[in-house]
Design a protein around this ligand. Sequence first.
Ligand code: BES
Ligand code: MN
Ligand code: MN
Length: 445
Amino acid sequence: MKALLRIPSISTLPEHAGDVRRAAQFVADELKRIGMENVRLIETAATDHPGGHPLVYADWLKAGSGATTVLCYGHYDVQPAEPLDEWKSPPFEPTERDGNLYARGAVDDKGQMWMHVKALESLFAANGGRLPVNIRVIVEGEEEVGGEGIARFVREHGDQLKADVAVVSDTEMFAPDLPTLCVGLRGMIYTEIEVRGARTDLHSGMYGGAAPNPFVALAQIISKLKDADGRILVPGFYDKVAKPTVDELKAWKALPFDEEHFRQAEVGSCELTGEPGYSVLERIWARPTLDVHGMPGGFIGSGAKTVIPAKALAKVSMRLVPDQIPVETFGAYKAYVESIVPKGVEADVRLIHSGDPIVISTDNPYVKSATEVMREVFGKETVFVRGGGSIPIVGDFVRELKTPTLLMGFGLPDDNLHAPNEKFHLANFHRGIESLIRFFSNVGA
Ligand code: BES
Ligand code: MN
Ligand code: MN
């Protein structure tokens, strides 16, 4: 796993495309080595999807007719590691400290994907080169950038991923030692707003006062997207938002959640913000949100430069919940932004990627198997939670392939996903492997 973690497979940065491919090849070679068959890279790059990264596919389908088929999903791409100076050890030099393995991708998702590889390896070794179930493996390299390539593969070649159940290990446990199944993910639309004013950058003394400033215009637009309570002001935005069920809300109230610990240890801000009338768990799992990720452009060097930039950009995303529809929400947002553009500038509103929100049914025997095996491994009953993050392809597994999907993740809330000092608690790596081995054996029996 450390060799894989050393490869900076950052899917969003074109200069790392070679590393992304190297990581794909590494995963493919390992799958072959442990005994998987039909191992191949599937290209996703196309004229309308330039820079697409390869999928890794493998299967072993010799458990016999009538045997259960499990689809294992993971992603080998990672988020950028910046800010680098906040890492205690280099992001692409995996380092063990206090029972944790630190590296970008340690838990999201190379390390968790590796649990599947190790579980399969050990089953092959213990059963004379055979597995108790049919297995298909699909590992993507674009999850962190929207998963366009795998979505198309599922639409066009879904039959090649045919399975009775999909297992995804790319989520977190609710608390240390508490086995968790995630049964809902938020969707998202990721957008850019580009605002243009003058034809070219201008001296702010010679033209300031008469020339429009795109950054000020952008700030004015952004200030109208959300009110002080965190309510999103796009007309119709909440029309399709479904409430969690009474049973879900009751179950969430019973979870061991300490809001003060969450504020201090995880968020680290002086106060939590968000919509009044909703608990923190509701706000992060069941309510849509809007965030600004960055505003590139203008002068950002040290020191001062007196310029009126000709253009300004904002990266804005919205997390969506059932039953919001990404294309519809984007349409409403774009129309609203266009209606509040200050005079003197023009705005372009673009969709970068989107994914559906999903709530997964727990009414199937695989959920029962998963809770049984995790009870054996952790000695505790499984809790059902939702996740605030997104895994775009999960919606397609459920809706497009009609495959019941288990989000059986072993990360911890303080594993620093997407942040400096990402880690994987090694005890959870091992308990995850153990759970998967038992799960594959259990559904194969
Ligand atoms: N593994 C995460 C998603 C996640 C994390 C779900 C924790 C539940 C709990 C995934 O790799 C991720 O970060 N997804 C992106 C997707 C986006 C870029 C389309 C996200 O949520 O920002
Ligand atoms: Mn992930
Ligand atoms: Mn991620």
